[in-house]
Design a protein. Structure first.
Length: 313
């Protein structure tokens, strides 16, 4: 029979833009929170994830531990995913919003490199070029003094905090890339609700332990911070839902490309609500990272389309 037409063409891309907007607003609220450690914010985010996923686990009867042969892999998925979240939240707090956002968007490039190392996927000269572009963008954002001199403009606070935020953002990106490699390895053998469950549970346990070790656990001292914490959890959850919906009805390539609008939202929100104009170094770094990430997404998309046609033949 004839194929059924999509109910609304472009709906997946709209979901992607909406997801990017929700994530960007959540990042803005994180910048507005006072005297709440990034680890504590991450703990609240994990609680919201667990509250949403728990009914799904019960409905789909997946269990809470998963298949015996996959539990170690799921543990590392949860550990790396939650680590990426905590480090990115820390980067948001100590460096400009646009800088942290741009660095996080180099994830597809590092994913290709790590997939070549661990999964033996193809890694061409184009992938190497995109990797070098992404590294160049990160250097333009970090602006190390031995390359740019001792007077570094356009940063928040001290350069030490800026450097710590840059290291945290890069480590977060690599952790997120490793998480994607693990998810590729697992494939569809584990329900995605169970994968998110491990992410939330391990993240919450790790955050609580870290808060007691750092002696940073305390309730927000004012109503505004409490409201912002709830909004961050709700917006982060909403962004995750819309991104998942987008990937269900649209190819991964167009979604990855459209998701770069998150960088645009970060620039707009930083200028409008944080009164912080991005430097030309940040703009240049953003162009390098977005170009490399988009190039990687387009290449993977074309490769998957080509392989699909070969299977049909």
């Amino acid at each position: 029979g004839t194929k059924k037409k999509a109910a609304c063409p472009g709906l997946g891309l709209f979901y992607t833009v909406l997801s990017a907007f929700l994530f960007s607003v959540a990042s803005l609220f994180l910048k507005k929170i006072e005297d709440v450690h990034s680890v504590e914010v991450s703990a609240f985010r994990c609680v919201f994830q667990m509250a949403f996923i728990l009914p799904g686990l019960i409905y789909y009867k997946t269990g809470f531990l998963g298949p015996k042969g996959k539990r170690i892999i799921l543990f590392f998925r949860g550990f790396l995913g939650s680590t990426a979240m905590v480090l990115l939240y820390y980067a948001y707090q100590v460096m400009p919003l646009t800088d942290a956002t741009v660095i996080s968007f180099s994830c597809p490039v590092f994913t290709s490199l790590l997939a070549w190392i661990f999964l033996k996927e193809k890694y061409s000269i184009w992938d190497l070029l995109f990797t070098l572009f992404a590294i160049t963008g990160v250097i333009l954002i970090a602006r190390p003094p031995f390359l740019f001199g001792s007077r570094v403009a356009g940063i928040e606070g001290s350069y030490t905090d800026h450097l710590k935020g840059t290291i945290a953002a890069i480590t977060s990106t690599i952790s997120a890339a490793l998480t994607l490699v693990i998810l590729r390895k697992v494939g569809k053998s584990v329900h995605y609700f169970l994968s998110i469950w491990y992410y939330a549970v391990i993240g919450l346990i790790g955050c609580v332990i870290a808060l007691f070790v750092l002696n940073e656990w305390r309730l927000p001292h004012c109503g505004k911070d409490r409201v912002l914490l709830i909004l961050i959890g709700v917006l982060g959850l909403g962004g995750q839902i819309f991104l998942t919906k987008a990937l269900q009805i649209e190819k991964a390539g167009p979604v990855s490309i459209m998701k770069t609008v998150d960088v645009v939202f970060a620039f707009i929100l930083q200028i409008l609500f944080l009164n912080h104009l991005p430097t030309w170094w940040t703009v240049g770094g953003a162009l390098c990272v977005v170009a490399s990430s988009s190039g990687t997404a387009i290449r993977k998309w074309r490769q998957s389309v080509k392989e699909a046609k070969q299977r049909e033949i």
